[in-house]
Every structure is written in structure tokens, then in C-alpha cells.
Design a protein around this ligand. Structure first.
Ligand SMILES: C=C(O[C@@H]1C=C(C(=O)O)C=C[C@H]1O)C(=O)O
Length: 291
């Protein structure tokens, strides 16, 4: 390759099932340059991408929003839903009226959803709860809180237990109040990496989009893996992946823009992120110049 890498490209992979369709058919070991895969919770990937410990990752859309100056978005990749998401869930031990001015335990694995919850509780419902960070374990969280927010597979597993709590699906609440899509995760690359290793980033991008397309054609292999590793039923996983969208088009962007606007209004974010995408034409020019 023209820009012979002087070090491995470090990729961050969300370990939750929601991101699997974009990663499942992409095997970094087959790339013609060394890569290092960091499989982690979203909050860890958010931090590692910000500090430069990794180069490219699926991260919380909120984390992208507060550091967008340093990143390019990989076009048309996201974890989004229009309505129910099934894995971003608020479990209510107390009635909602009490929760609104009570205590809510927040999973430490999230960034988008904790801020989405604040928008829902404060802007939509007019509440002012106290928030406390907690490890993602439902019963422990609810020992000292009126409600608990879980995301990803922690939320999915908790939703299968016979807990008896009322459950709010934040994707559904967002959609009812705004009529919009909600985007939870985006794929971002550090600008300095994109400019230094354009061909490598392009190949990774192509691998991810090819995996997304294969999963969109047939979710079977991804659903089978989830069934084997997490449990549940084939119907559950087909329904779960069916309610997620991994594209990032005009409709998803409009929803995320509104989320960023509300986050700014509540003082959860400073500016309006510009959603600058990886300059693919630049990468293509770069390539064709050398052929
Ligand atoms: C759909 C989901 O989206 C996720 C939610 C995130 C967040 O709240 O920061 C980050 C990445 C995604 O894993 C989920 O967790 O189930």
C-alpha cells in the first residue's frame, strides 16, 4: 500500500450485540496491514478514541457530538431506531411521578442514553431527578434508586428476567415525543489517522459497509450467534435486529440533530456538532493518483 503503516491501526468494536451486524462479516485479520481490535463497552471506546488510544471505533453518538472537531464520521453507518429499540431501557421500581423527582441509577457503559434519559425526564416530563452512576446490575442498582437505566445486552438480559418492574423503552419515548429517529452510535475515525493512513481507513470502511450489507440481506448468521452467546429465542433476535437500522441517512441525521439541539438546551453539550464525514473523494483521489 502507498502509505505503508508504521504501526497497527487500532479499531474499537462495541461488544454489545446491537453493533454486530456491522462487524460480523468484517475480519480485520484479512486486511493487508496490521490492525489491533479493542472490544469494549461504548463508554470505554468513547474514552479511548478521545485520548488517541484507538484510531477508529463505533462510539456513542453523544461522544461523537462533544468531540466532533477531532473526528470524521464514517458515512452511512450507525446504530439507530425509529421507535422501540428494546435495549435502552429504564426499569422503574417506583411510579413514574416519584422517579421524576427521585433517584435514577445510570449504567456506566453509556453516554448517548444517559443524556437521552435526561432529555426525556427533564425536557419532556418536566422532572428533576438525581442521577447516580452504577455498574450495570439491575437488582443492585435498584437497592438505592427509584429507577435504573441499562443499555445493550445488560438491558436485554434484564428484560428477560421476571422482575415485575415497569419498563420504559427510551427509543419509543423519544419517537412518541419527537416523531423522529434516534441514533445511539456512530462510527468515527480520528482526523489525524484518516489523513495519515487514507488507504487503510478506506479499506476498513469498505469492510464495515460490506458487512452491513451482508447482514441487511440476511440477518440469520448474526441472529444465530446472538442466540448461541446470549440466549433467548431466534424470534427475539430476528425482531431485535429488525428494529435496528445501521444506516445513517437524512432521516437519522435529522433525529440526531434534534437530540444534539435538546442536549445543548439542557447544558449537556456546548456547541452544535457539524457531522463532518470522512472525505471519501479525497481518499479516492489519493488512490487514483497512484494507479
Ligand atoms: C442500541 C444501543 O445503542 C448503544 C447505546 C450507546 C450509548 O448509550 O452510549 C452506545 C452505543 C450503542 O451500543 C444499545 O445499547 O442497545
Amino acid at each position: 500500500m502507498n502509505n505503508a503503516n508504521t504501526r497497527p491501526i487500532r479499531l474499537g468494536r462495541i461488544s454489545y450485540t446491537n453493533a454486530w451486524p456491522v462487524f460480523h462479516h468484517f475480519d480485520p485479520a484479512r486486511l493487508p496491514f496490521p490492525t489491533e481490535v479493542h472490544s469494549d463497552m461504548p463508554s470505554t471506546l468513547n474514552r479511548k478514541l478521545r485520548t488517541g488510544d484507538i484510531d477508529l471505533a463505533a462510539i456513542s453518538s453523544y461522544a461523537y457530538g462533544i468531540s466532533s472537531d477531532s473526528y470524521y464520521l464514517l458515512p452511512n453507518l450507525s446504530v439507530s431506531s425509529f421507535g422501540r429499540v428494546q435495549s435502552i431501557l429504564l426499569f422503574l421500581k417506583s411510579p413514574l411521578e416519584k422517579v421524576l423527582h427521585g433517584t435514577i441509577a445510570l449504567t456506566t457503559t453509556s453516554a448517548t442514553s444517559v443524556n437521552l434519559l435526561k432529555i426525556i425526564m427533564e425536557k419532556f416530563y418536566g422532572g428533576k431527578p438525581v442521577y447516580e452512576d452504577a455498574e450495570p446490575s439491575l437488582e443492585q442498582m435498584l437497592e438505592n434508586a427509584d429507577a435504573a437505566l441499562l443499555i445493550g445486552d445488560h438491558a436485554i438480559r434484564a428484560s428477560w428476567t421476571n422482575h415485575g418492574y415497569r419498563v420504559l423503552d427510551l427509543g419509543e419515548v423519544w419517537n412518541i415525543w419527537t416523531g423522529q429517529w434516534m441514533t445511539y452510535a456512530l462510527w468515527a475515525v480520528r482526523k489525524e489517522t484518516a489523513l495519515r493512513y487514507p488507504e487503510a481507513i478506506r479499506e476498513i470502511y469498505e469492510g464495515l459497509t460490506a458487512s452491513k450489507s451482508l447482514s441487511q440481506e440476511n440477518i440469520g448468521p448474526v441472529a444465530d450467534k446472538a442466540l448461541a452467546q446470549i440466549g433467548g429465542t431466534a424470534d427475539y433476535w430476528n425482531g431485535y435486529f429488525g428494529s435496528l437500522r445501521h444506516d445513517f441517512g437524512a432521516e437519522q441525521k435529522a433525529g440526531l440533530k434534534l437530540y444534539f439541539q435538546y442536549a445543548k438546551e439542557l447544558g449537556l453539550m456546548d456547541g452544535e456538532p457539524d457531522m463532518a464525514e470522512l472525505p471519501l473523494p479525497y481518499l479516492l483521489d489519493n488512490l487514483s493518483n497512484r494507479r
